[in-house]
Design a protein around this ligand. Sequence first.
Ligand SMILES: [Zn+2]
Length: 126
Amino acid sequence: MKHSPEVDNSTKVLRVTSSFRFEAAHFLPQHPGKCKELHGHSYKLEVTIAGEVNESGMVMDFSEIQAIVDESIIQRWDHKLLNDSIDNPTAENIALICVELLRSRNLPLSSIKLWETEDGWVEVSC
Ligand SMILES: [Zn+2]
Protein backbone atom coordinates (compact mmCIF):
# COMPACT_ATOMS: atom_id res chain seq x y z
CA MET A 1 0.00 0.00 0.00
CA LYS A 2 1.29 3.44 -0.90
CA HIS A 3 1.17 6.18 1.67
CA SER A 4 0.22 9.73 0.92
CA PRO A 5 -0.06 12.64 3.35
CA GLU A 6 -3.40 13.42 4.92
CA VAL A 7 -5.31 16.17 3.17
CA ASP A 8 -4.95 18.59 6.07
CA ASN A 9 -1.13 18.34 5.84
CA SER A 10 -1.37 20.97 3.11
CA THR A 11 -2.14 23.55 5.79
CA LYS A 12 0.87 22.66 7.95
CA VAL A 13 3.94 24.82 7.86
CA LEU A 14 7.05 22.74 7.19
CA ARG A 15 10.63 23.86 7.61
CA VAL A 16 13.18 22.83 4.97
CA THR A 17 16.92 23.23 5.44
CA SER A 18 19.88 23.28 3.07
CA SER A 19 23.46 23.28 4.25
CA PHE A 20 26.46 25.04 2.67
CA ARG A 21 30.16 25.62 3.27
CA PHE A 22 32.52 28.36 2.29
CA GLU A 23 36.09 29.29 3.14
CA ALA A 24 36.86 32.90 3.89
CA ALA A 25 39.39 35.15 5.59
CA HIS A 26 38.68 38.00 7.97
CA PHE A 27 40.09 40.10 10.78
CA LEU A 28 38.26 41.98 13.53
CA PRO A 29 39.97 45.35 14.07
CA GLN A 30 38.09 45.98 17.34
CA HIS A 31 38.90 42.58 18.85
CA PRO A 32 41.12 42.75 21.92
CA GLY A 33 42.71 39.33 21.27
CA LYS A 34 44.14 37.37 18.37
CA CYS A 35 41.05 37.75 16.15
CA LYS A 36 42.30 41.19 15.14
CA GLU A 37 44.95 39.42 13.02
CA LEU A 38 44.14 38.16 9.51
CA HIS A 39 42.99 34.52 9.65
CA GLY A 40 40.50 32.18 7.97
CA HIS A 41 37.52 29.99 8.77
CA SER A 42 35.65 27.14 7.13
CA TYR A 43 32.17 28.55 7.58
CA LYS A 44 29.11 26.33 7.58
CA LEU A 45 25.77 27.90 6.76
CA GLU A 46 22.32 26.37 7.23
CA VAL A 47 19.42 28.10 5.55
CA THR A 48 15.93 27.10 6.71
CA ILE A 49 12.81 28.13 4.85
CA ALA A 50 9.21 27.61 5.95
CA GLY A 51 5.99 27.23 4.09
CA GLU A 52 3.14 24.97 3.14
CA VAL A 53 3.58 22.03 0.81
CA ASN A 54 2.58 22.97 -2.73
CA GLU A 55 0.81 20.82 -5.32
CA SER A 56 4.15 19.21 -6.28
CA GLY A 57 4.60 17.95 -2.71
CA MET A 58 7.36 20.40 -1.77
CA VAL A 59 7.74 23.67 0.10
CA MET A 60 10.51 24.57 -2.33
CA ASP A 61 12.83 22.39 -4.40
CA PHE A 62 16.20 21.92 -2.66
CA SER A 63 17.95 22.76 -5.93
CA GLU A 64 16.11 26.10 -6.07
CA ILE A 65 17.22 27.00 -2.53
CA GLN A 66 20.77 25.90 -3.34
CA ALA A 67 20.91 28.02 -6.50
CA ILE A 68 19.75 31.17 -4.66
CA VAL A 69 22.16 30.72 -1.72
CA ASP A 70 25.02 29.88 -4.07
CA GLU A 71 24.45 33.00 -6.20
CA SER A 72 23.82 35.43 -3.36
CA ILE A 73 26.28 34.20 -0.71
CA ILE A 74 28.70 31.44 -1.67
CA GLN A 75 29.90 33.03 -4.92
CA ARG A 76 30.22 36.38 -3.14
CA TRP A 77 32.30 35.24 -0.16
CA ASP A 78 33.97 31.86 -0.87
CA HIS A 79 37.78 32.28 -0.83
CA LYS A 80 37.43 36.02 -0.28
CA LEU A 81 38.52 38.48 2.38
CA LEU A 82 35.24 39.31 4.12
CA ASN A 83 36.54 42.71 5.28
CA ASP A 84 36.44 43.83 1.62
CA SER A 85 32.63 43.73 1.69
CA ILE A 86 31.69 43.81 5.41
CA ASP A 87 32.85 46.46 7.88
CA ASN A 88 33.21 44.31 10.97
CA PRO A 89 32.75 40.71 9.83
CA THR A 90 31.86 39.02 13.11
CA ALA A 91 29.80 35.83 12.81
CA GLU A 92 26.80 37.87 14.02
CA ASN A 93 27.22 40.52 11.32
CA ILE A 94 27.84 37.95 8.59
CA ALA A 95 24.67 36.09 9.63
CA LEU A 96 22.59 39.29 9.59
CA ILE A 97 23.86 40.15 6.11
CA CYS A 98 23.03 36.61 4.94
CA VAL A 99 19.44 37.25 6.04
CA GLU A 100 19.34 40.57 4.14
CA LEU A 101 20.77 39.04 0.97
CA LEU A 102 18.39 36.08 1.02
CA ARG A 103 15.34 38.22 1.87
CA SER A 104 16.12 40.35 -1.16
CA ARG A 105 15.79 37.16 -3.25
CA ASN A 106 12.37 36.50 -1.68
CA LEU A 107 13.33 33.27 0.05
CA PRO A 108 10.64 32.46 2.67
CA LEU A 109 13.24 32.35 5.46
CA SER A 110 12.55 30.80 8.84
CA SER A 111 16.07 30.94 10.27
CA ILE A 112 19.72 30.75 9.36
CA LYS A 113 22.64 29.32 11.31
CA LEU A 114 26.23 30.24 10.65
CA TRP A 115 29.08 28.22 12.17
CA GLU A 116 32.38 30.05 12.39
CA THR A 117 34.04 27.05 14.03
CA GLU A 118 32.87 23.51 14.77
CA ASP A 119 31.92 24.61 18.26
CA GLY A 120 30.45 28.06 17.76
CA TRP A 121 27.56 29.34 15.71
CA VAL A 122 25.07 32.16 15.42
CA GLU A 123 21.38 31.60 14.76
CA VAL A 124 19.04 34.27 13.42
CA SER A 125 15.30 33.69 13.58
CA CYS A 126 13.56 35.44 10.73
ZN1 LIG B 1 37.75 34.65 12.99
